[in-house]
Design a protein around this ligand. Sequence first.
Ligand code: XMP
Length: 522
Amino acid sequence: MIQTEHDRLLIIDFGSQVTQLIARRLRELNVYCEIRPYQKVTDVGLREMAPRAVILSGGPDSVTREGSPRAPQALFELGVPVFGICYGQQVMMEQLGGAVEGGHHAEYGRAMITPAEGHKLDGIFAGLFTETGREQVWMSHGDRVTKLAPGFEVVATSPNAPFAMIADEERRFYGVQFHPEVHHTPGGKVMLENFVRMAGFTGDWTMAAYRDEAIRLIREQVGDAKVICGLSGGVDSSVAAVLIHEAIGDQLTCVFVDHGLLRLNEAEEVVTMFRDNYNIPLIHADESELFLGELEGVSDPEEKRKTIGRLFIDVFQKHADRIEGAAFLAQGTLYPDVIESVSFSGGPSVTIKSHHNVGGLPEKMGLTLVEPLRELFKDEVRALGRELGLPESFIGRHPFPGPGLAIRCPGAITRDKLEILRKADAVYIDQIRRHGLYDEIWQAFVAILPVRTVGVMGDGRTYDYACALRAVTSVDGMTADYYPFSHEFLGETATRIINEVKGINRVTYDITSKPPGTIEWE
Ligand code: XMP
């Protein structure tokens, strides 16, 4: 269990695609919440955790199927408010004596609900139906409740869901057939806010409070020991390093491994920021010769990733070994990385890409992990960074992958190609900044392609590389859509790259979404 003094709200996950959105909405309301897969929440564990309220998520299963997931029965005797969403509503009905049936007309997407006669629209329903007498909601279900459990009343209905909103006000149990956590349910946020206020949450989960608490917990965990932190220059590891430095000062040493696959001027920027601006002890390990040497002739994407991952661990360990008394390794792990998602297939999932990280290092080196961002979502990490005074230029940076430019250079990596890629990427990002688009885009970069094409410049023939521009919007990197630049922007950028970067004579724009593509090219 995560150690926090805040009242917590527990979200029991039945495997909905949008469970994380429930947590995000609650965090926006300054409520501390945790997601747990239903299999991991026992009656005993639930009592120990003592949540102030519980939300039951949606899920893909059918409660009418034998052996389908259930909530711990103790939940309904805790005396705390419970809010069931979609599958969560059905499970609640099933376990409390109502009935659910499948085989009805399935309802997906937008629906309109209207209030039922006789139920007062106050408490968690306050503020709904006030403008037009209806609310737009987003449905996604095949089964539906057909008989209410004792104590429940209907609050609202839709043409296909006679029990679209239900309540047992005495026990403070609520259920909705739709998803209040998605944007397509505009009143959903009001409902969730009413629910948490009614449960007694005061909204004290702020970044200022979090910062103080995190500092106290880091000091408690680390004592007088030394901590090493692998810095990549990205937002997460930077925020983690600055936070830990604030907690324990020079007991922290950062190791920045420069693998020679960074963007233009990136190494200098990281070193300046940490060593010169923050006075944080920093080892700048320039190992580009080693990495580029080992990568010579490697063109298979997985082999590139594995080579870089292996060398990274060796190099990190070599430098970390020189720090006497180091007992802890700090990492910028985020909450989405630690949520155990519910897998219904039960089978092994396919490896799309071997992500580069320092997994395995702590055990190998006998180090204990310090992960002060484990409770946070990416936007919260950015808010914490601001709280800690990190420059906006660092906080707002687009994500950059651990294997760096290696995976933006399909085919064999050469120093020449990397040089060309760095320059083209710098021009592209400069264009995006000049047009004020940087913050609208999740990630933008250039990939240099392993093809050369014929062109004409001035009176001469050119035979140079083609490159692809990539820019995507995304919330979490899991899915993404290409950014709809104007044709003027694309034309101007292509002209600038070809004029300013020797070695490129053709520019394309990648308009693949994820899925079916991925964000990076490898
Ligand atoms: P893909 O290409 O899988 O990328 O759609 C999703 C997000 O993850 C980043 N990425 C990585 N980040 N180590 C990282 O730290 C990696 O090995 C890695 N591979 C991809 C990618 O830049 C995007 O933000």
